[in-house]
Design a protein around this ligand. Structure first.
Ligand SMILES: [Cu+2]
Length: 150
């Protein structure tokens, strides 16, 4: 079930919203298709993207920064029948030659305390922190709360 969801989300990637690694420690690592489900200011918004690691060594995502928000956390939604809950994620490994999806129903970046009004259709920057390997910046499209998962 979850794999199916991830594949569906992959189909929604925006090639134009991609970031190439600048730091040599992240050569071969790309972040693409970033978008945000934009919620009213009192509710958390969520960011989704795809990390593709074409390098010969694994990388580890240690955290995400979003200057547009006061609080940023990596979460995983875990579903168990009719109930689902969110679990905090400290770090996520992306093995060599593999892809990691942040997608509705799975991994997401929870964004709280927006620092200014969020305008659907515009973009906000996100910075993915891979520890000693370096950081990657990506622009994320603000989509409405009703945006389909894929
Ligand atoms: Cu969450």
């Amino acid at each position: 079930m979850q794999v199916k969801t991830l594949i569906g989300a992959a189909a929604a990637l925006f090639a134009m919203l991609s970031a190439a690694a600048q730091a040599s420690g992240l050569a071969g690592v790309q972040v693409s298709g970033c978008w945000v489900r934009t919620m009213p200011a009192t509710l958390p918004s969520s960011a989704y993207f795809t990390i593709k690691n074409d390098a010969d060594k694994p990388v580890s995502l240690k955290g995400v920064d979003a200057p547009a928000f006061g609080m940023v956390m990596m979460h995983q939604t875990q579903s168990n029948g009719s109930t689902s809950r969110m679990v905090h994620v400290d770090a996520l490994d992306v093995p060599a030659h593999s892809t990691l999806q942040f997608a509705p129903g799975g991994y997401h970046v929870m964004l709280e305390q927006p620092q200014h009004a969020l305008k659907v259709g515009t973009t906000i920057p996100l910075t993915l922190n891979f520890g000693a390997a370096g950081k990657l910046d990506v622009q994320c499209e603000l989509r409405p709360a009703s945006a389909p998962a894929h």
